[in-house]
Design a protein around this ligand. Structure first.
Ligand code: ADP
Length: 451
C-alpha cells in the first residue's frame, strides 16, 4: 500500500479522498491555489503545496507544478478527484513517467473514452447498445445533413471531446443544420481545443441512468447498480438517486452486464461509470463512459456499503477488489442533492462569498460531503458546488422525507444556495411519483430552457 498520496483537487472531493486515506493509514498531501489557502481540504491534509494563482489553468490544471508537488512531498500516487485533470490522458502519462501511480485507468483508456465518437464505435463493436448516430466524427456539413436525414430529426450534435454538458445542441429540422453545425464546431474548438463533432438521434423523453463499475488488475470487474440522474439543469446533474424508480431487477441485470461488457471492451481498470439513456420502453443506449470517480458516487456507496474511493486506492495499489458480484447487495434507497453556491432565481448565477454560518443536519442515514465550513470563502473561480447532502432510508418515500428534513436543518448564511430549490423539487408531485425525465426542471418546475 502507498505511504502517501497527493490529492490533486479541491473542495468536497479532496476532503472525501483525504478521509479515505486516513482510514487506510495513508498520509496525505494536497494542492491549493492562491485563492484556496484557507480552504477546508488544505486544513484536513497532512501537508499542502501551493501550485499557482487562482485561475484553474494556472493552478489545478498546472501539470508541471502538480507533478512537482508530488515529487517534493514524496507522494507515491496521485488521486485526481473529478473534473480538473482527472480525465486528462497526458496527465496520467506524466504521472507514470515520473514513477507516480495515477489513481485511475491507464492513459490510453482515458484517451479512448475521452473521444466520445470513438467510444461509441468501440461500444457498438463490443455489442453494447449505443444511441443511433454517426459511425464516426463528422467533419463536413453535407455528411452531417445526410446522417441526420437517415436518423430522422430531431438530432443532437455533440463535441467528440466534450463533457460537462457543454457543446451539446439539438437540431429539429434540416434548416437549422448549417448554423448549428458550424456553431457546434466552433464551440467544440474553443472549449475543448478540438472541433470534431458527431451526431446522435435525439431521444425525446429519456432518463439518464448510469452504472458504476469497479475493475481491478486481476481481471475482476463488478457493477454496483445504477444511478438515476435525470434531474438536470442544462445537461448538468443536480439531484441523483439509486435505485431508479423504473429499473426492475431484470433491467438492472442487463444494464450491469452491458456496463461490464463496456469495461471489458476497453481493458478498464479502477472505478468508472458507464452512462446510458433509457427510453420509455426501458430500452437503454450507451452515451459515454466517465473514467473517474463521479460527484454522485455516494448514492451507490449508501446503497451497497462499498466504499468506492477506498476501492480506487486499493486497486491502484494492485490489490484485488474487496467483493465479488454475488456479494454486492442493493439495500433501500439513496438520494443526493448537490448544494451549489448559486442563485436558482437568477438562472443559477454563481454566488461566491464568505459563508458566515454553516450548520449541518444530524441523524441516521444522513451524510454530508462538504468542502466548506463556517468562515469558508467560496471563490468565484471554480465550480459552484460546495457540498452534497446524501440521505438513505428503506424506501424512496422515506428517503425523500429524510432529505427534506436534512435540507431544512442545513444552515448556510452569507451566500445564496439552491437549498430552497431542492426542497421544491422534493415536494413536486411528479418527482414524488418517480415520474421524471431529463426535461423535468423545464416541464415540471417552470425552468426556461435557457435558464
Ligand atoms: P456530457 O459528456 O457533456 O455530460 P453526455 O453525452 O453525457 O454529455 O450528455 C449529457 C446529457 O445530455 C444527458 O444526461 C442527457 O440529458 C442529454 N442527452 C445526451 N444525449 C442525448 C440524446 N441523444 N438524446 C436526448 N438527450 C441526450
Amino acid at each position: 500500500m502507498f505511504n502517501k498520496i497527493l490529492v490533486a483537487n479541491r473542495g468536497e472531493i479532496a476532503c472525501r479522498v483525504i478521509q479515505a486515506c486516513r482510514e487506510l493509514k495513508i498520509k496525505t498531501a494536497t494542492i491549493y491555489s492562491e485563492a484556496d489557502r484557507e480552504s477546508l481540504h488544505v486544513a484536513l491534509a497532512d501537508e499542502a503545496v501551493c501550485v499557482g494563482p487562482a485561475p484553474n489553468k494556472d493552478s489545478y490544471l498546472n501539470v508541471a507544478n502538480i507533478i512537482s508537488a508530488a515529487v517534493i512531498t514524496e507522494a507515491q500516487a496521485i488521486h485526481p478527484g473529478y473534473g480538473n485533470l482527472s480525465e486528462n490522458p497526458d496527465f496520467a502519462e506524466a504521472c507514470e513517467a515520473c514513477n507516480i501511480t495515477f489513481i485511475g485507468p491507464p492513459a490510453d483508456v482515458i484517451a479512448q473514452m475521452g473521444d466520445k465518437a470513438k467510444a461509441r464505435r468501440i461500444m457498438r463493436e463490443a455489442g453494447v447498445p449505443v444511441v443511433p448516430g454517426s459511425a464516426n466524427g463528422v467533419t463536413d456539413l453535407t455528411a452531417a445533413r445526410q446522417i441526420a436525414d437517415q436518423l430522422g430529426y430531431p438530432v443532437m450534435i455533440k463535441a467528440s471531446a466534450g463533457g460537462g454538458g457543454r457543446g451539446i445542441r439539438v437540431i429539429h429540422n434540416a434548416e437549422q443544420m448549417r448554423e448549428a453545425f458550424e456553431q457546434a464546431q466552433a464551440e467544440a474548438n474553443s472549449s475543448f481545443g478540438d472541433g470534431e463533432v458527431y451526431l446522435e438521434k435525439y431521444l425525446e423523453e429519456p432518463r439518464h441512468v448510469e452504472v458504476q463499475i469497479l475493475a481491478d488488475n486481476h481481471g475482476n470487474i463488478v457493477h454496483l447498480g445504477e444511478r438515476e440522474c435525470s434531474i438536470q439543469y442544462r445537461h448538468q446533474k443536480l439531484l441523483e438517486e439509486s435505485p431508479s424508480a423504473v429499473v426492475s431487477g431484470s433491467v438492472r441485470r442487463r444494464l450491469g452486464e452491458a456496463a461490464v461488457k463496456a469495461a471489458e471492451a476497453v481493458g478498464y481498470r479502477n472505478a468508472g461509470t458507464v452512462e446510458f439513456l433509457l427510453d420509455e420502453r426501458r430500452r437503454f443506449y450507451f452515451i459515454e463512459m466517465n473514467t473517474r470517480i463521479q460527484v454522485e458516487h455516494p448514492v451507490t456507496e449508501m446503497l451497497t456499503g462499498v466504499d468506492i474511493v477506498r476501492e480506487q486506492i486499493q486497486i491502484a495499489a494492485g490489490e484485488p477488489l474487496s467483493c465479488e458480484q454475488g456479494q454486492i447487495w442493493f439495500n433501500g434507497h439513496a438520494l443526493e442533492c448537490r448544494i451549489l453556491a448559486a442563485d436558482p432565481d437568477r438562472g443559477f448565477a454563481p454566488s461566491p462569498g464568505t459563508i458566515s454560518r454553516w450548520q449541518t443536519p444530524v441523524g441516521p442515514g444522513v451524510r454530508i460531503d462538504s468542502g466548506v465550513t463556517t468562515d469558508s470563502v467560496v471563490p468565484s473561480h471554480y465550480d459552484p458546488m460546495i457540498a452534497k447532502v446524501i440521505c438513505w432510508d428503506q424506501t424512496r418515500q422515506k428517503t425523500i422525507a429524510r432529505m427534506e428534513g436534512a435540507l431544512q436543518s442545513l444552515v448556510v448564511e452569507g451566500i445564496r444556495t439552491n437549498i430552497p430549490y431542492h426542497l421544491r423539487i422534493l415536494g413536486n408531485a411528479y418527482f414524488r411519483q418517480g415520474d421524471i425525465d431529463t426535461h423535468f426542471l423545464e416541464r415540471r418546475m417552470g425552468l426556461s430552457e435557457g435558464g
